[in-house]
Ligand binder design. Structure first.
Ligand SMILES: *Cc1c(COP(=O)(O)O)cnc(C)c1O
Length: 354
């Protein structure tokens, strides 16, 4: 607390990202980063872009990247927005489309940045209960609310909602914006992007941080009706004209140009996920069915908080949320096969000692 803080600053409860510890080298399975490096073509593009042109501002409308994304998804350039990570896009979307008068709806167990944005802009929200296995019921989204936001697959539960379910939500919210946060869609889910043609109220948000191994580059995407994209641009251009730098633009374009590498690394992660899910079940965990690059698992025999602490002692970081409903679960990012073997060995030892 400082006497110099505004009332708003003093009232905020900021988002807390997963640990990025500096005390030792950990097997990091706590922030859903991709265990594989970015495509070599991305690194090459970054080297190439590190030149004297860095004295110049980047293109404020990010045309080349938006054209690349548009042709990748079969959309028009005017249907694409790009930002400094999808978190920034969400931070623009909340004030662009939501108000204080009617609540934004999102699941009770979901990405914890949503209530933080709502609070920052003085917007109201309500959480909608998921069932005991964290399944989202689309029929509960839409009545007198002012919009909807939800990740698909959901985080941290990894559960996928079907396209049919998303359509139900869009139909029930035809007068307000529905944001589908597809941070993990490339790991086995079906994207809602084809629905954009029929639903002017749909904004699909994606990121290069997870499936494209570029968390360090900070690039996010949003796709939707040109009016929604224009709304995002109005907020962006009232905030910062140059949210993506020259390196980020060059690296992001190169990533979309190496489809083979993208498919190969995603296939490996999904295979490792299936193997890890079976192995965890084999040592007594209950694992929620995952279509993401992480699993959400509980061990009825042992407290999740203890497991988290014991794993950390052994140099393995996973994510633990000390929150109602999920405080018996661990969220475990899918690493390489070797990393998952180390995790499974450590869990086996910890459980044997109990
Ligand atoms: C990781 C994540 C994001 C943020 O991604 P960035 O593009 O790195 O900002 C957004 N939403 C969800 C649900 C995520 O898990």
């Amino acid at each position: 607390m400082s006497r110099f803080w505004s009332e708003l600053t003093a009232s905020l409860v900021p988002y807390v990202p997963g640990e990025q510890p500096k005390d030792q080298r950990y097997i990091k399975l706590n922030t859903n980063e991709n265990p594989y490096p970015p495509s070599p073509k991305v690194i090459e593009a970054l080297r190439h872009a590190a030149n004297a042109d860095l004295r110049l501002y980047p293109d404020p409308s990010c045309d080349a990247l938006r054209e690349t994304v548009a042709s990748y998804y079969g959309l028009g350039k005017e249907q694409i927005f790009v930002g400094n990570g999808s978190d920034e896009i969400l931070a623009f979307a909340f004030p662009a489309f939501f108000t204080a008068a009617k609540p934004i709806l999102f699941p009770d167990v979901t990405y914890t940045f949503y209530p933080v944005y709502a609070q920052l802009y003085g917007l109201s929200y309500e959480t909608v209960p998921t069932d005991e296995r964290f399944v989202i019921d689309p029929q509960r989204y839409g009545a007198h609310n002012g919009g909807v936001v939800l990740p698909n697959p959901n985080a941290p539960t990894a559960r996928l909602l079907s396209i049919h379910g998303i359509k139900q939500i869009l139909d029930a919210n035809s007068d307000q914006v529905v944001i589908i946060d597809e941070a993990y869609i490339d790991f086995g889910g079906q994207s809602a992007i084809p629905l954009i043609a029929d639903y002017p109220n749909l904004l699909v948000v994606q990121t290069l941080s997870k499936s494209r191994s570029l968390a360090g580059l900070r690039v996010g995407l949003a796709m939707g009706h040109p009016d929604l994209i224009e709304g995002l641009n109005r907020i962006k251009n009232s905030f910062n004209s140059y949210t993506l730098d020259r390196l980020a633009l060059a690296g992001a374009i190169a990533s979309f140009e190496d489809q083979a590498y993208f498919e190969e690394t995603n296939r490996k992660i999904q295979a490792t996920r299936e193997r890890t899910t079976e192995a965890l079940a084999g040592i007594g965990f209950e694992v929620i069915e995952s279509q993401a690059n992480f699993v959400f698992a509980t061990c009825p025999r042992r407290s999740a908080q203890e497991l988290f602490a014991e794993l950390k002692k052994r140099g393995i970081l996973v994510r633990y949320f000390n929150k109602p409903r999920i405080d018996q679960y661990l969220r475990i990012s899918i690493g390489t096969d070797e990393e998952m073997d180390a995790l499974l060995d450590a869990l086996g030892q910890i459980l044997a000692e109990a």
